[in-house]
Structures are given as structure tokens and as C-alpha cells.
Design a protein around this ligand. Structure first.
Ligand code: PRP
Length: 221
């Protein structure tokens, strides 16, 4: 039997997924957050998890290097990938928001400068509102941009809201809710159909029993 490879976004989503798999009865015994290993195997069910950067999860799955991926909707919205988005996992919940120093009237800007790690999400949001923007790509600490005069506002992820608060910024408007998604390679969905369906249904049932994720019955195999 061939292995099913699952690409996980390193960090919290990987931890939550490994916990969920353990509740399904799949234990990655060698896994530890402190380990520098990037691949872990579970021989009984022939599953492998590979730990990659969030942005690379869709790439691994689209190219078929991984059959399945677990990644935030934020990553999928920013970087379109030719994969099947199968299931909402109900964890990794946060939102995209526009934030700034004050409750500014966004439409009053001739051209709004937006700092973000998510330029496509930002452009799409403001395009739909008919507001002209210049986006400035930043790799992180995006909240600094309005404080340093680099941008008028930011588009970023808000989870607890602490980073905004501790830097004196406020949410101006929400864009969309985000949570973790399970994605599947299109060819694997056919060639390893039975085992992927089984895995998805087992995960869905555990989540449904906890009142998380999608309601049972949303996904039909
Ligand atoms: C993310 C995001 C915000 C913060 C939001 O940053 O870009 O800065 O988390 O979380 P909060 O609402 O709970 O404060 P991340 O931790 O990934 O670091 P980064 O600034 O390097 O991107």
C-alpha cells in the first residue's frame, strides 16, 4: 500500500492537526514540537506528515508531492492553487481585517496605501469597494507600517487582537473569516480515493462529535 503524504503548515495548525489525527487513532509517536525533523511516518495506516511553511502547502499539494494539505484559508485566498478544498477543520480561526491608527473613512483617500503580507487579498477587497490602492508588501510586523508612516492602513490577520491593541491600532473593517482547510491533490483524489475519503470522514466525525468543523454529512464520499 502506498503512503498518503500530508503537508502541514508548521506551527499551530500542525499541532492541532496532529492532535486531531491522534483522536482519529493515528499516532505520530516520534513527533515533537522541539524536533527539527520534517517528516514523520505512521506505518500502520501508511501515512506521512511533512512540515512545510504555510505558503508552500498549496504548492506541495498542487504538484502532487503531497496528497493532502492542511492550511489556513488566508494562504489559499492569497495564492490560488489548483487543488480540491474538501473540508473546513474549524480550528485556526481568525479573520482578515483592515486596520489603522484611526477609524478613517477609507473612500476619502485619493489613493490608499496598504501595507500587507497579503497583497492579492488587499487588492481584491479594495477593488470590490471601488477604492484605488497602492499595496506595499511586507514580510511581517505589518502593524508597524502605519506607525512609521509607511502606509495609511494595513490588511492583516487578526486573531486575539492583541498585536493591534498593543500597537495602538484599531480594526477599521472586517474582510472575511479564516480557518484551517483540508485540501487534496486532484489526481490523488481519484487514485487514492478510498483512503482519502476514509481519512476525511474520520476527521469530520471527530470534529462533529466535538461540535467543531463542518456539520456531519456536509462531505459525501
Ligand atoms: C500574525 C499577524 C498579526 C498577529 C495577529 O503575525 O500578522 O501580526 O499574528 O495575532 P493577534 O491578533 O492574536 O495579536 P505573526 O505572529 O505570524 O508574526 P509576523 O508579524 O511576523 O507576521
Amino acid at each position: 500500500m502506498e503512503y498518503i503524504n500530508i503537508a502541514l503548515a508548521k506551527g499551530r495548525l500542525a499541532r492541532e492537526t496532529i492532535d486531531l489525527l491522534s483522536e482519529v487513532g493515528i499516532q505520530f509517536n516520534g513527533w515533537s514540537e522541539k524536533s527539527r525533523k520534517l517528516i514523520f511516518e505512521e506505518a500502520e495506516h501508511k501515512l506521512k506528515i511533512v512540515l512545510v511553511k504555510a505558503n508552500d502547502v498549496p504548492t506541495y499539494v498542487e504538484k502532487g508531492a503531497a496528497d493532502v494539505g492542511i492550511v489556513g484559508k488566508d494562504t489559499l485566498l492569497e495564492k490560488a492553487a489548483d487543488v480540491y478544498e474538501i473540508m473546513d477543520l474549524g480550528f485556526g480561526k481568525c479573520k482578515f481585517a483592515v486596520a489603522g491608527l484611526n477609524q478613517v473613512h477609507l473612500a476619502s483617500y485619493h489613493k490608499l496605501t496598504v501595507a500587507t503580507k497579503y497583497p492579492n487579498v488587499a487588492k481584491d477587497h479594495f477593488y470590490k469597494k471601488g477604492i484605488a490602492v497602492d499595496t506595499i508588501y511586507l514580510n511581517g510586523s505589518v502593524e508597524l507600517a502605519p506607525l512609521m508612516g509607511l502606509s495609511d492602513v494595513i490588511v492583516d490577520i487578526v486573531e486575539t487582537g492583541r498585536t493591534l491593541k498593543e500597537n495602538g491600532l484599531k480594526v477599521i473593517e472586517d474582510i472575511t473569516d479564516i480557518s484551517a482547510k483540508l485540501i487534496v491533490n486532484k489526481a490523488s483524489f481519484k487514485t487514492k480515493s478510498e483512503r482519502i475519503h476514509q481519512l476525511v470522514n474520520d476527521m469530520r466525525n471527530v470534529l462533529a462529535a466535538k461540535g467543531e468543523g463542518e456539520r456531519a454529512g456536509t462531505y459525501q464520499s
